[in-house]
Design a protein around this ligand. Structure first.
Ligand SMILES: Nc1ncnc2c1ncn2[C@@H]1O[C@H](COP(=O)(O)OP(=O)(O)OP(=O)(O)O)[C@@H](O)[C@H]1O
Ligand SMILES: [Mg+2]
Length: 262
């Protein structure tokens, strides 16, 4: 994909480090994310991808380093310096988080329509009929039939749950969405359709996305730029096609060739 990049970064991470006791989580990671850009974070299991995502989204506190985010007023604010209320507002209005396990990102005992509608209520929608109409529209966009709107996600298949989670996260049109292995654990055919859906919604809404995946095909399909992690560090970064077609680091070469051989 060709990059659609505005001039000013949306998020700037500098020197992020986090250990878990003696275990390395993430070491000295710096990166920028620009509006409308999809950044893939790849690397083997345990390389620190989820830890990095946790640090970027402030779910984890870094041992060192900082994350700055461009607020809607144009200010680049240190996220550690935001108050709890400011941070909650940011999460509700500006950010989405698509979890690998849909049950972690949905309210399983609330109807599908409710899962989407409550996000609209959180940003100030009050009219029940409009909320329901918008929720119905979004269920359609993620290919969930309108007659399932009152069903709980517990009654949904894995792929449907993941599509519902995407609707729940995108309905408020966030500026930045974090995704951790959003297609992991799904059948290959279900994965392919979900990836197509994510790809078209991201392009249509002009979202910035940080997507963690161990699947280089996913990175190739969705991302403009990628970072390769190993032992908590970013060892290679660049435009996705460049990194995949002409990897510089031996480790990346190994990753690419083992996928091609598979
Ligand atoms: N809560 C935790 N307590 C202790 N160690 C942790 C914790 N979370 C992660 N780790 C360790 O930190 C390192 C990085 O883990 P992380 O989950 O970030 O890797 P990952 O790249 O997301 O792996 P995967 O692809 O398996 O999800 C690993 O060695 C892991 O065992
Ligand atoms: Mg992980």
């Amino acid at each position: 994909m060709s990059a659609r990049v505005a001039d000013l970064p949306l998020l700037v991470a500098e020197g992020l480090s986090k250990d878990y006791g003696a275990r390395i989580g993430c070491r000295d990671v710096s990166l920028k994310i620009f509006p409308g850009e999809v950044l893939a974070v790849v690397g083997e299991s345990g390389s620190g991808k989820s830890t990095l995502l946790g640090l970027l989204s402030t779910e984890l506190a870094p041992d060192a380093g900082r994350v700055r985010y461009r607020l809607r007023d144009g200010r680049l604010a240190d996220l550690a310096g935001l108050g709890a209320a400011e941070k909650r507002l940011l999460m509700r209005t500006d950010w989405g988080f698509v979890r690998q396990n849909a049950a972690d990102g949905l309210r399983m005992t609330v109807s599908a329509g409710g899962n989407v509608g409550e996000r609209l209520m959180a940003v100030g929608w009050r009219n029940y009929a409009r909320i329901r109409a918008e929720a119905t529209d979004w269920l359609g966009r993620v290919e969930i039939a309108a007659d399932r709107i009152d069903d709980d996600p517990r009654a949904f298949s894995g792929g449907m749950r993941q599509r519902l989670q995407i609707a729940r996260n995108l309905v408020t049109r966030p500026r930045l969405v974090f995704m951790d292995e959003p297609t992991g654990g799904l059948d290959v055919s279900v994965q392919a359709r979900l990836l197509d859906l994510i790809r078209s919604l991201v392009a249509e809404l002009g979202l910035a996305v940080v997507i963690v995946t161990h699947d280089l095909a996913v990175a190739r399909l969705l991302s403009h730029r990628m970072v390769v992690m190993r032992h908590g560090r970013v060892i290679e970064t660049g435009l996705t096609d460049q990194v995949l077609d002409d990897p510089r680091e031996p480790y990346t070469q190994l990753l690419v060739s083992s996928v091609l051989a598979a």
